[in-house]
Design a protein around this ligand. Structure first.
Ligand SMILES: Cc1cc2nc3c(=O)[nH]c(=O)nc-3n(C[C@H](O)[C@H](O)[C@H](O)COP(=O)(O)O)c2cc1C
Length: 216
């Protein structure tokens, strides 16, 4: 699989099979992703990976928080509102998902709440004193992980829902207070029989979002 094929193969998986992912495989893909560029080679990513009982404890903690009505409080604030054009694309996403998944689209919230039944979640953290420049580095690092995973036949989903209650993640993984829990990527093997996965999100063509000038 070349890079173009991996870019095309990667898509968000919202229902995983229970099959575990080997620790060594996770380490290999993190090793590959560590080639990601970062500002002045700061490599700001600090990575914690949860599986098995540890991940279950995190999922239970999330369910407990959600059940008691605790509002999500990710370390990074959510936007207060989206620009109109962005809202339209989100509506398109929801409509496309409903069209492909039918009744199963109603499970979207539950699948999110249950961490998509993923057997492992990779949490990306960084020092609290860093700026959005380092989040840029973490974003690039995330995509490297997801492409490397795609190449190995593994599925992923980057999801803010996975970091809604960072205190729970900190507690179960022993993450120090000096680090922000920026993001979570669920990883595992896709449940291809689940209709929520029978869906591919739309994209704008490059001619719509890119301006190129000065070419012949
Ligand atoms: C920063 C970020 C946060 C996301 N959060 C969620 C989430 O909480 N739940 C979810 O189902 N998908 C989430 N996604 C997945 C996006 O919906 C998905 O990437 C987008 O619709 C494009 O689809 P694709 O990944 O299948 O290409 C998130 C993606 C990113 C990059």
């Amino acid at each position: 699989m070349n890079v173009t094929e991996a870019l095309s193969a990667r898509r968000s998986c919202r229902a995983f099979k229970p099959d575990p992912v080997n620790r060594s495989v996770i380490l290999q893909l993190l090793e590959a992703a560590a080639r990601t560029p970062s500002w002045a080679n700061t490599q700001p990513w600090e990575v914690y990976v949860a599986a098995g009982d540890v991940l279950q404890a995190i999922k239970d903690g999330f369910l407990e928080r959600f059940g008691s009505g605790t509002p999500p409080c990710p370390d990074l604030p959510r936007p207060k509102s989206w620009p109109e054009e962005h809202k339209k694309r989100t509506q398109q996403l929801t409509a496309d998902m409903a069209l492909a998944a039918g009744e199963a689209v109603k499970q979207f919230g539950q699948l999110n709440l249950k961490g998509f039944y993923a057997p492992a979640v990779i949490y990306l953290c960084m020092d609290k004193t860093l700026t959005p420049w380092s989040i840029f580095d973490l974003g690039a690092f995330s995509q490297s992980i997801m492409l490397e995973a795609a190449q190995r036949g593994l599925s992923t989903i980057p999801a803010v829902n996975l970091v809604h209650y960072p205190d729970v993640i900190r507690r179960e993984l022993g993450i120090p207070d000096t680090l922000s829990v920026i993001f979570g990527i669920a990883i595992g093997y896709e449940d291809t029989s689940h209709p929520i996965n029978a869906f591919r999100s739309a994209r704008r063509p490059a001619g719509e979002f890119a301006v190129l000038k000065g070419f012949d």
